[in-house]
Design a protein around this ligand. Sequence first.
Ligand SMILES: [Mn+2]
Length: 363
Amino acid sequence: MSVSFIHMGDTHFGKNFRFGNKSDVYGKDKRADIWLTFEKIIATAEKNRIDLLLVAGDLFDSQEADIDDILRVSRAFRSLTHTQVIIIGGNHDYYNERTLYALVQWPDNVVILKTGEMEAIWFPELNVQVYGMSWIRNTYREAPFNTGITLDPNITNILLLHGDAINQTSEYMPLDLSQWQDFDYIALGHVHQHQFLGENAAYCGSPEALDFGEEGDHGIIVGQFKDSGCEKTFIQTQHRHYVNAQLDVMSDMSEGQIKEKILNLDTEENRMNNYYRVQIGGYLDPTIDFEAIKRELERSFYYLEILDEGLEIDLDIDLLYAENKDNIVGTYIEKIRERDDTSVNRKAMIFGLSELLKEKVLL
Ligand SMILES: [Mn+2]
């Protein structure tokens, strides 16, 4: 008999997202994206009659997650006609009787682990035992359960945990996987980038990336226990990617060339879908209005954040002075040079001059 499963986690429902001064619009979009992705996962489970949906913690972003969010998750699980759902709480949604999701009447096909101790849930019709532990507080310097679990080799044994299997000094429950080699599968939550650890363990990651620190593909792990072992694959589910990029501008580049360089970061289809954070360095022709370029490019991206602190205005002040002794530019240079040589005054020199040059008073 083969038993199928989906391993997901770290959806962080209810999270407030920050997008500079545009958090309202993009935050709302982001939350909608996560719902769509989640509902797609539920539809996949239903369509494929997946036996087990393992939810590895941080389903909600906080214990106080919005009651509407909790009811919506509960309705989605209730819609599953075949799949059984096992949920553990993570550091963001650790369980206690005051959490809002303790108040919700969950459907019969959902088991939420609550005790803060290692528990075992037996699924006789599947011949599967799921071991797992829900967080009941927000830090664990060490795993609080007895690590010696005696497994029945004649059944399929799954371990469901939220914690840190990568850093053994973590305060987010360091996990030493080497002691659990006999499990058929260890479904982990907490690290948002999916990864397989050894033969029998994996982080599913967050189904939708949550910030610029989470580049790359995001999704779920889908698997099957067969007589020959556990077959598992990562399936991408995310709607939008986060992309970090770095570009250098050169002082001989025209406005058009700069725009083109930034547009060339990606295809139009990708640009109108993903989040981009672009660090700009190098030197800018002082007659170019970079703020105007930024405003114009916004229309060519779904979300574009340009960080240009590293971009310097290309000015040869000695040469400018030699050429402009008798006009306002020369006078400006003289005025600033009379001041102390501080970083504020150096900035005033560059910005003042670039404004004067942009206004084309240079005749
Ligand atoms: Mn998380």
